[in-house]
Design a binder for this molecule. Structure first.
Ligand SMILES: N[C@@H](CCC(=O)N[C@@H](CS)C(=O)NCC(=O)O)C(=O)O
Length: 221
């Protein structure tokens, strides 16, 4: 039995919960330490991650300290998913998994993140910036919807880290679009995306993390 991994997290931020979903899927023991935003940008946390953000993991079984959620997910499957349940060892499938993970990290996370910023936190209201990022969020749905035409999962015939990596930013939609979320008409406009997202939300690991995140938000915010 491995010793628990320490996951440094934040109640509302989506990226650490992405890692938590993979830990749950793989049934790898872990404990969560919540860090305030202010404490992320100074020691001792900044010593773990010079970028001053979560997630970070510390794995006492291998001695590694690692940050950036995509790299952490790759580490977890390569270290703990020895039968490749959430990924592939064959080519080209493993490269397709990598492709989608890169798209999530560069094409979904940052655009959704900026959409949150300009909708919720920016000091001025900048309609053109909001529109830019809202449009990019819709473009991500469009890309996923096209790719999922006639398919259950992004790569091959099973759910992988490629699919699971998108879940926690998708949960932020109501935070980005507020009362306008319904006007996206996801089921009508992006039916393949919609059905895929529903399949992901029905997984027990995802349900557990949605519940844990809701509870953590109530306690830590
Ligand atoms: N690319 C990074 C992004 C990490 C990130 O932005 N994390 C947010 C929480 S979801 C954070 O720590 N924000 C703190 C801040 O912006 O100061 C990853 O995927 O791990």
């Amino acid at each position: 039995m491995s010793k628990p991994i320490v996951l440094y997290s934040h109640a509302t931020g989506p990226n650490p919960w992405k890692v938590a979903i993979i830990l749950e899927e793989l049934k790898v023991p872990y404990t969560t330490k919540f860090i305030n935003m202010a404490d992320m940008k100074k020691p001792p946390f900044e010593t773990l991650n010079p970028n001053g953000r979560v997630p970070v993991i510390e794995d006492p079984n291998t001695g590694i300290t690692l940050w950036e959620s995509g790299a952490i997910i790759e580490y977890l499957v390569q270290t703990y998913d020895t039968t490749a349940t959430l990924t592939y060892t064959s080519s080209p499938e493993r490269f397709y998994v990598s492709q989608w993970l890169h798209f999530q990290m560069s094409g979904q996370g940052p655009y959704f993140g900026q959409a949150v910023w300009f909708t919720r936190f920016h000091e001025e209201s900048l309609p053109s910036a909001k529109k830019r990022y809202h449009d990019q969020v819709k473009r991500v749905f469009y890309v996923l919807d096209k790719a999922l035409e006639g398919k259950q999962w992004l790569v091959g015939n099973k759910c992988t880290i490629a699919d699971l990596s998108f879940v926690t930013w998708d949960l932020m939609l109501p935070f980005i679009f507020g009362d306008d979320t319904g006007s996206l008409e996801l089921e009508k406009n992006y039916p393949n995306y919609f059905a895929w997202n529903k399949r992901l939300m029905e997984r027990s690991a995802v349900k557990k993390i949605v519940k844990d995140k809701t509870e953590a938000t109530a306690v830590h915010e």
